[in-house]
Design a protein around this ligand. Structure first.
Ligand code: ZN
Length: 94
C-alpha cells in the first residue's frame, strides 16, 4: 500500500519501491537491467516524473491517514460544550 510503481527508463521493466524512499535525490538500480535510476524533482523523464508524483501522493495519503488516526478521539469530546452554552454574552466582548 505504501509502495509505488516505477518503470525503468532503459528496459521498461516495472518494479516497486517504498514511497517513503522515493524522494528528491534518491537513486536505485533496476532489478532487471541494473541501470541506476536517479529520482529528482526536476527530472524531465516521464517515467521518473510519474514515479515521483505517485510517491508524493502516497506519502500525503499516509500523512492524512495518520493525522486522522491521531485526531479521531478528540472532536467528539471537545465539540458539544461549545454549542451547549449561550453565546450572546460572549459576542459583546468582541
Ligand atoms: Zn531496467
Amino acid at each position: 500500500m505504501s509502495s509505488v510503481q516505477i518503470q525503468c527508463t532503459r528496459c521498461k521493466n516495472v518494479f516497486r519501491d517504498r514511497a517513503g524512499r522515493l524522494q528528491d535525490g534518491y537513486s536505485r538500480q533496476c532489478p532487471s537491467c541494473e541501470v541506476v535510476l536517479f529520482f529528482a524533482e526536476d527530472s524531465q523523464h516521464p517515467f521518473i516524473k510519474r514515479a515521483m508524483r505517485n510517491a508524493r501522493k502516497v506519502r500525503k495519503e499516509m500523512r492524512e491517514l495518520e493525522t486522522a488516526k491521531l485526531a479521531a478521539p478528540e472532536p467528539q469530546l471537545a465539540q458539544p460544550r461549545r454549542f451547549a452554552g449561550r453565546t450572546r454574552s460572549a459576542e459583546r466582548e468582541d
